[in-house]
Design a binder for this molecule. Sequence first.
Ligand code: ATP
Ligand code: MN
Length: 467
Amino acid sequence: MSDLRKTSVQELLRSTDLDREVLVKGWVRTRRGNKYVQFIAVNDGSGFNSIQVVANAEQFPEEKLKADGVENGAAIAVRGRLVASQGKGQSVEIQAEEITVYGSADPTTYPLQKKGHSLEFLREIAHLRPRTNTFGAVLRIRHAMSFAIHKYFNDHGYFYIHTPIITGSDAEGAGQMFRVTTLSDTKPPLNEAGEVDYTADFFGKATNLTVSGQLEGEVAAMALGKVYTFGPTFRAENSNTARHLAEFWMIEPEVAFNDLQDNMDLAEDFLRSLVRYALEHCPDDLQFLNDQYDKELLNRLQFVVDNEFKRLTYTEAVEILKSAKQKFEFPVDWGTDLQSEHERYLVEKHFKKPVILTNYPKDIKAFYMKLDEDGRTVRAMDVLFPGIGEIIGGSQREEDMQKLTQRMQEMHVPEEDLWWYLDTRRYGSAPHAGFGLGFERLILFITGMANIRDVIPFPRFPKSAEF
Ligand code: ATP
Ligand code: MN
């Protein structure tokens, strides 16, 4: 086997150069057959489809394959001839000449010995679930979407900014934070008031994991014009839902001289081009998820590509919800935040398309959003998607120093912590706008999976950080 180079399964499946010797390395998905012939499906992760290896029983009797450890889950190398397939379901197959086992997988204990495990069970073996069809598909799509995001921004003249993960400001206002400290667990130094003395901590002040890269993104936009961040964010909110994680990835573009209209145009163009990218580049994985989990998936993706989003104000949406025939668990009134049942009613029942809601009451939105002329609402926008609810939250930012600090006082955001942020308004302030797209919510939408814990390799949520 030594001088022959290995070829990926996907490359072999696409090959038209037949009747040649090939070498493939991967994991056994299934082995079946009879006393004349054994069929071994080998998958190396390069794509959804496995390649069929045909092992003639004269050379490879079943007993010998078993004794050698050629079982589901085993890592093997196969040398053989790439030939046109006689069977259905594949155009080429390999006639085995030599099979080497790198690592066997004991069929009596291997957790993925049988197919058809529940997603709940697979979550408990998050270290093995990438080997299933479902998670292979999800992870390849996740990769394709990260690539598509960087490509979109690069093609449109944006700069990728790496914003900090450890932050010294706990004033970002997007949720509960995780404290980062190197102080002793049992005997932290205390100040005169008897509280933990963070001036003795590693950074000389209390620090946390970031909940958003936006404020630093704004700083960068005031120099580079068009920027985006794409990094991990952390929220210690105890929201045990199918749409919240404690650690998730967020994409946050920020653009100097953009207003709310520009911001909506960007969000819509961005989302539609990402969905289009998935349809073009992940057809096998999407087809599998469509057939296996959600027969409407491909139609829904195509629908988003083909149709414009509905844009309306929060106030208009509240009117629609109040006159809706449907009973909601939470009542709707002007001034209250919309619950996901309301968001989904608008998207799935009323408009039957993605919706962008704008101009929310200022009291339910963050301090940095630009105040509307009426003084009651702000230039916020949330993008709502079918099956998901909020996928994007964003706004035009308040560029006026006076109005911004006034809002900070009203909302008890300490100015001294954000002196550096306020400098952007003090020196060369300019209108600007941006938004945050939750990466896992995007992947939920693209894959049609129902639970956000199933679209990230190692999910973190309350009481769970095993892997
Ligand atoms: P929600 O109301 O759904 O909790 P949010 O208003 O807290 O969302 P933002 O602070 O605007 O969300 O964050 C921007 C985007 O990040 C959201 O639109 C969503 O896509 C995503 N997001 C927010 N919180 C989470 C979370 N805990 N897990 C995964 N994604 C999240
Ligand atoms: Mn939230």
